[in-house]
Ligand binder design. Structure first.
Ligand code: CP
Length: 312
């Protein structure tokens, strides 16, 4: 594996999950693999978990992480080819990616979608430009359409928390006040499609995710029906895909409550807005796996970096 850009880069999710568990049991076992190697973490958008867990993962492998808030601290980057750069951008991605490649052995990038231009977002122009113009491997730390480090983390967390051969997993849309990307939901869907789980999605009308991603996964419009016999409920808000980037529904009845959850485990990628997406009684209960999920971000990132380092 050269780049880690999507869940599709995982050849065998079960063996990756088992390897991640081994890393978690002994995180410093490969502390020399990344010696004298540098990873550059480039953030076009905010982060808490991804920023810290990916640095932690790199440090566990003996790497030197360097971090930059690109949007705030770097020159404005131009991604269009052939454009006359007489606007706000000062440096082309061709130079920027080539330059950063000289300082780093791996580059990790976070760049959210516009949520206004579906074609541009789906072209994944930021991630693809880095993969085209950098000379080193690229890791996706959440792009316009995917968050594969989160999806891998979620697969690990589900595996750790079930004894069932085929647990029932539900991805539920939940209300939010802001228009949010589809990336986390997309990667979760792709990860669950690779696992041996009974997987359903529940969302209100107008909120079906990209059908090319959901494929044959059942989409149930009645949340209570979807939650029946669930072992895991993964909550996430996303804006409409059809009415691209729009908020069509803020119905508080879609919030995850303790009554709805029953005995199921609750998952969310965080950050989460309490009593909007999910009520306190769920997050403060033993059924909430959110802190464990965030912990697993380190081991998912460490597994990905280890696999890339082994190929350098
Ligand atoms: N879940 C996640 O990616 O968190 P951050 O946005 O804080 O990195």
């Amino acid at each position: 594996m050269k780049h880690y850009s999507s869940i599709h880069d995982i050849e065998n999710i079960n063996s990756w999950i088992e390897e991640a568990k081994t890393i978690k049991a002994n995180p410093l076992k490969h502390a020399h693999l990344g010696k004298h190697k540098t990873i550059g973490l480039l953030f076009f958008n905010s982060s808490l978990r991804t920023r810290l867990s990916t640095q932690k993962a790199a440090l566990n492998l003996g790497m030197n992480p360097i971090v930059m808030n690109v949007s705030g601290d770097a020159w404005g980057i131009e991604f269009e080819n052939g454009t006359i750069m007489n606007g706000n951008t000062a440096e082309h991605i061709k130079e920027a990616a080539a330059v950063v490649s000289q300082y780093c052995d791996i580059i990790a990038v976070r760049a959210f979608p516009t949520l206004t231009d579906k074609v541009k977002d789906e072209s994944e122009y930021v991630m693809n430009s880095f993969m085209q113009y950098a000379s080193v491997p690229i890791v996706n730390m959440e792009s316009a359409t995917g968050h594969p480090l989160q999806g891998l983390t979620d697969a690990i967390t589900i595996s750790e928390n079930t004894k069932k051969i085929k647990p029932k997993v539900v991805l539920s849309w939940a209300p939010h006040v802001k228009a949010l990307p589809h990336a986390v939901a997309n990667s979760f869907v792709q990860a669950m499609q690779k696992m041996d789980v009974e997987f359903v999605i529940t969302n209100p009308e107008g909120y079906n995710l990209n059908p090319q991603i959901t494929g044959n996964t059942p989409i149930i419009s009645n949340q209570n029906d979807a939650f029946k016999n669930a072992d895991f409920v993964y909550a996430k808000n996303w804006s409409s895909y059809q009415e691209y980037g729009q908020i069509l529904n803020t119905d508080p009845n879609w919030m995850i409550t303790k009554t709805k959850l029953g005995n199921a485990k609750f998952m969310h990628c965080l950050p989460v807005r309490r009593n909007l997406v999910v009520e306190d009684a769920v997050l403060d209960s033993k059924n909430a796996l959110v802190i464990e999920q965030a912990n697993n971000r380190t081991y998912a990132a460490q597994l990905v970096l280890k696999k890339i380092l082994e190929k350098l």
